[in-house]
Design a protein. Sequence first.
Length: 95
Amino acid sequence: MIDELFARLAELPDVEQRPSQFHGEPALWIDFREFVHTHGERWIEIRLTGKLFNQLDDERAMRRSRTSDWVMVDANHADLIVDLARQALEANRRS
Protein backbone atom coordinates (compact mmCIF):
# COMPACT_ATOMS: atom_id res chain seq x y z
CA MET A 1 0.00 0.00 0.00
CA ILE A 2 2.70 2.52 0.89
CA ASP A 3 4.53 1.88 -2.39
CA GLU A 4 1.44 2.83 -4.41
CA LEU A 5 0.86 5.91 -2.26
CA PHE A 6 4.47 7.02 -2.58
CA ALA A 7 4.33 6.53 -6.36
CA ARG A 8 1.25 8.76 -6.40
CA LEU A 9 3.09 11.43 -4.40
CA ALA A 10 6.10 11.19 -6.72
CA GLU A 11 3.85 12.36 -9.56
CA LEU A 12 3.48 15.79 -7.96
CA PRO A 13 5.01 18.48 -10.19
CA ASP A 14 8.72 19.31 -10.00
CA VAL A 15 9.58 16.82 -7.24
CA GLU A 16 12.73 14.76 -7.10
CA GLN A 17 12.71 11.29 -5.58
CA ARG A 18 15.81 10.27 -3.62
CA PRO A 19 16.71 8.85 -0.21
CA SER A 20 15.90 10.77 2.96
CA GLN A 21 18.73 12.79 4.44
CA PHE A 22 17.58 11.61 7.87
CA HIS A 23 17.34 7.83 7.51
CA GLY A 24 17.78 6.78 3.88
CA GLU A 25 14.18 5.67 3.27
CA PRO A 26 12.34 6.96 0.17
CA ALA A 27 11.81 10.72 0.16
CA LEU A 28 10.58 13.53 -2.05
CA TRP A 29 12.43 16.79 -2.50
CA ILE A 30 11.58 20.19 -3.94
CA ASP A 31 14.26 22.78 -4.64
CA PHE A 32 16.86 20.75 -2.70
CA ARG A 33 14.61 20.49 0.36
CA GLU A 34 13.15 17.24 1.65
CA PHE A 35 9.41 17.58 2.24
CA VAL A 36 8.02 14.01 2.34
CA HIS A 37 9.49 10.71 3.47
CA THR A 38 8.35 7.29 4.57
CA HIS A 39 8.80 5.64 7.94
CA GLY A 40 8.59 1.93 7.33
CA GLU A 41 5.45 0.46 5.80
CA ARG A 42 2.95 2.42 7.88
CA TRP A 43 3.82 6.10 8.11
CA ILE A 44 4.40 9.06 5.82
CA GLU A 45 5.99 12.15 7.28
CA ILE A 46 5.32 15.55 5.69
CA ARG A 47 7.19 18.82 6.27
CA LEU A 48 4.63 21.55 6.73
CA THR A 49 5.67 25.09 7.47
CA GLY A 50 4.67 26.68 10.76
CA LYS A 51 1.89 28.61 9.02
CA LEU A 52 0.42 25.46 7.45
CA PHE A 53 0.72 23.55 10.68
CA ASN A 54 -1.11 26.26 12.61
CA GLN A 55 -3.98 26.00 10.10
CA LEU A 56 -4.11 22.21 10.34
CA ASP A 57 -7.06 20.86 12.30
CA ASP A 58 -6.97 17.12 11.73
CA GLU A 59 -6.15 14.66 14.48
CA ARG A 60 -4.92 12.12 11.89
CA ALA A 61 -1.79 14.29 11.40
CA MET A 62 0.48 14.03 14.43
CA ARG A 63 3.20 16.62 14.99
CA ARG A 64 6.58 15.05 15.76
CA SER A 65 7.41 17.61 18.44
CA ARG A 66 6.27 21.04 19.54
CA THR A 67 8.93 22.78 17.48
CA SER A 68 8.93 20.51 14.43
CA ASP A 69 7.53 21.33 10.99
CA TRP A 70 6.99 17.59 10.35
CA VAL A 71 3.72 15.70 10.81
CA MET A 72 3.26 11.93 10.65
CA VAL A 73 0.20 10.42 9.01
CA ASP A 74 -0.79 6.77 8.87
CA ALA A 75 -0.59 5.53 5.27
CA ASN A 76 -4.23 4.44 5.52
CA HIS A 77 -5.20 8.12 5.20
CA ALA A 78 -4.03 8.47 1.60
CA ASP A 79 -6.29 11.37 0.62
CA LEU A 80 -5.11 13.43 3.61
CA ILE A 81 -1.48 12.61 2.81
CA VAL A 82 -1.84 13.69 -0.83
CA ASP A 83 -3.60 16.90 0.19
CA LEU A 84 -0.96 17.78 2.80
CA ALA A 85 1.87 16.86 0.43
CA ARG A 86 0.48 19.24 -2.22
CA GLN A 87 0.34 22.03 0.34
CA ALA A 88 3.82 21.19 1.64
CA LEU A 89 5.21 21.17 -1.89
CA GLU A 90 4.19 24.78 -2.42
CA ALA A 91 5.17 25.86 1.10
CA ASN A 92 8.67 24.39 0.75
CA ARG A 93 9.29 25.66 -2.77
CA ARG A 94 12.08 28.24 -2.77
CA SER A 95 11.02 30.27 -5.77
